[in-house]
Each structure stands twice: as structure tokens, then as C-alpha cells.
Design a protein around this ligand. Sequence first.
Ligand SMILES: NC(=O)c1ccc[n+]([C@@H]2O[C@H](COP(=O)([O-])OP(=O)(O)OC[C@H]3O[C@@H](n4cnc5c(N)ncnc54)[C@H](O)[C@@H]3O)[C@@H](O)[C@H]2O)c1
Length: 191
Amino acid sequence: MIENKKESTHPPLKRYRSNSMGNSVAYAGLLLVELILLVIKFIYTTVESIIRTFLPPLEKSLKDEIILITGAGHGIGRELALLFAIQNAIIVCWDLDEKGNNETKQILKIKGYKRVYTYKVDVSNRQEVLDAAALVKQEVGSVSVLVNNAGIMPCRPLFSQSHETIEKIFNVNVLAHFWVNQMQTLNYILD
Ligand SMILES: NC(=O)c1ccc[n+]([C@@H]2O[C@H](COP(=O)([O-])OP(=O)(O)OC[C@H]3O[C@@H](n4cnc5c(N)ncnc54)[C@H](O)[C@@H]3O)[C@@H](O)[C@H]2O)c1
């Protein structure tokens, strides 16, 4: 009985030793392959970056693209309208402030850019957004670039903000993005 026990313990131990040797060789092989791949990737990325430094990718042409800018009647929106007009795009200006929006159109016209369309829209009002979108589609065409720029920034400490202002901030700076993007996505899908 004792002899039998001794014989039975040796073979599994041997198998374990040979298995662990095999595993180590396999791991070493894998590590070597990974190291080689890493070096290849490193060389490829370095060469690619050097080439891209001297040959940057071509910029997308905005010629004849219909670009809708919200809050185009002042500040950054107006500047963007001018920048895109210079690139021969068709500009659609949305703003709550009709006077400011028309000023933007005038500025662009004086500079020789005539393909400018203005609409009085409160982007926080979903129905106004949908109505204006339908009008733009009918009068100008399908918008291909959308710049969600309209926003308000009543800078006051939290406790001196009225609840109406807080709601307005949320409506203009958050919800409006959903209404405008939803409209744009719907138009895109329906096209
Ligand atoms: N100027 C900055 O330093 C700065 C910094 C961070 C973020 N921003 C953001 O960039 C955007 C543009 O900034 P800006 O300085 O040009 O602002 P701005 O106040 O000069 O112009 C914003 C334009 O959005 C319009 N607008 C406001 N509420 C609207 C509404 N409900 N519907 C339609 N139009 C509406 C305004 O009439 C105005 O013409 C804003 O969203 C602002 O919060 C600006």
C-alpha cells in the first residue's frame, strides 16, 4: 500500500514541471512578439508624424455649404459668420435679437458676401426652432454645418440669481442644444 502511494505522487509532479517550463517559453515568446510590434508601431507613428508635420491633411472646403449659426447677431457668432462667408459658404443667421442679426447681415453684405439669410429665433423655444428650420429648408436648403453658439452668461453669485434667470440659463444653454440638434438630425434623416 505504501509503495503504491509513493509511485503515484511522481508522475503528476513531473507533468507540472514540464508544463511550467512550456508556459515560461510561451510567455517569453509572446513578450518578444509584443516588443517587436511595439517597436514597429513606434517607428511607424514617428515617421507618420514627421510626414504630417510637413504635409498636413487638406482642409475641408466650405464652399457652398449651408452653415447655420445660432446667436449670430453678436460676438463670436457674428465673427464666425464672417469667417465662414469668407470661405464662400451660405450663411444662415439665427438670433433672438433681430436688430443684431440684421447688422451681421449688413456687415457681411458690405464686405461683398451676399448669401446671408437671417431669422429671428428663440432657440430655447422648441416650436420656434421647428418652424424656423422648416422655413430655412424651404428658402435656403438643407443645412450641412450647424454651429450651436447662442448662449447667455449672467455672471452673478448663485444666491443673487433669480429663479427665472436660472431657468433661462438652463433653457438657453442646455435645452436649446437639444431642440436645435434634434431638428438638425431629423432634417438630416428625412433628406
Ligand atoms: N465670450 C466669451 O468669453 C465666452 C466664454 C465662454 C463661453 N462663451 C459662450 O460662447 C457663446 C457666444 O458668446 P459671445 O461672447 O459671442 O456672446 P454674446 O452675448 O456676444 O452673443 C450671444 C448671442 O446669442 C444670442 N442669444 C441669446 N439667447 C438666445 C436665444 N434664446 N435664442 C437665440 N439667440 C440667442 C444673443 O442675442 C447674442 O446675439 C455663448 O454661448 C457664450 O456662453 C463665451
